[in-house]
Design a binder for this molecule. Structure first.
Ligand SMILES: Nc1ncnc2c1ncn2[C@@H]1O[C@H](COP(=O)(O)OP(=O)(O)OP(=O)(O)O)[C@@H](O)[C@H]1O
Ligand SMILES: [Mg+2]
Length: 268
């Protein structure tokens, strides 16, 4: 890689203590190494429980690695920071605040004056199509609108790195496609570095420069796929591409194999 990586995981292991004295500890990650280049869009795929969210939590600074190193621009990550944003599977909006108040939560908690953050917040609300709903409560929005508000909130502090944990998993297929296109356009315009967890191979191949496939727990990176399609990508044209079918089949094969291993490791 010619450019210095923004993020580097170097032989990272992570285990969690047992919930009871007699219990067994959980070995989540065994030996995970990868890098994210500046402005890269990387998708992380793997079976349920293999440690995808754990990886995001390590980069976000919510958790510390048990072994190995997690580096941001060459320095160990010790705590969360405004340079890294997170979008969770559920939008996690505070129900007693309006959409605008939710979106501006970060700058308000940081003590910024409205004059400083409001113009940019209005621009973000417009970008995600929520300017007419800024005074609504979250529960007055549809699921897709809530997720758009969460996206605007994560992007408002202008993070250099965005960590996204299955953010569109609960959406219907059409809304999901619109959200993917919206995310792609914002990413293209901002140059943010994105690590995006998904279970959906089509989503990964539509969005990513690179896909990392994880093995069953204790997980490592089983394979890396460089996505060969140019941008912008048209979902209808992609599915008609013969390479697309082949790459999707190879990924599905690996994912299913690891899912089967993972279920065998976790007998009922
Ligand atoms: N805070 C925690 N305390 C104890 N165990 C944890 C904790 N966080 C994660 N784990 C364990 O680590 C393993 C990996 O969990 P993680 O949430 O990273 O998986 P995942 O790949 O994101 O799964 P999914 O696709 O279902 O979201 C699981 O066995 C989980 O029980
Ligand atoms: Mg998860």
């Amino acid at each position: 890689m010619s450019r210095e990586p923004r993020i580097r995981l170097d032989r990272v292991g992570k285990w969690f203590a047992a919930p009871t004295v007699a219990g067994k500890r959980t070995d989540a990650l065994s030996d995970v190494s990868f890098e994210l280049a500046p402005g890269e869009f990387v998708c992380l795929l793997g079976p349920s429980g293999c440690g995808k969210s754990t990886i995001l939590n390590l980069i976000a600074g919510f958790e510390q690695a048990s072994t190995g190193r997690v580096l941001l621009d060459g320095d160990p990550i010790r705590e969360p920071g405004p340079d890294r944003g997170m979008v969770f599977q559920q939008p996690m909006l505070l129900p007693w605040l309006s959409v605008r108040e939710n979106v501006t939560l970060g700058p308000r908690l940081a003590g910024q004056t409205p004059a400083r953050y409001l113009p940019e917040a209005e621009r973000h609300l417009r970008l995600v199509g929520l300017h007419d709903f800024a005074d609504h409560a979250p529960w007055q929005l549809s699921g897709g609108m809530r997720q758009r508000a969460a996206l605007a909130r994560a992007w408002l502090p202008n993070p250099e790195i965005l960590l996204m944990d299955e953010p569109f998993g609960a959406l219907d297929a059409q809304t999901r496609l619109s959200m993917q296109e919206l995310l792609h356009d914002i990413w293209r315009d901002t140059g943010t570095t994105i690590l995006f967890v998904t279970h959906d191979v089509d989503e990964a191949l539509f969005l990513a420069d690179r896909v990392l496939l994880m093995s069953a727990r204790p997980a490592g990176i089983r394979a890396e796929i460089i996505v060969p399609f140019g941008r912008p990508r048209d979902p209808e044209e992609l599915v008609a591409d013969t390479d697309y079918g082949r790459i999707k089949r190879d990924i599905l094969h690996c994912v299913r194999e690891e899912a089967a291993r993972s279920l065998a490791l976790d007998p009922a």
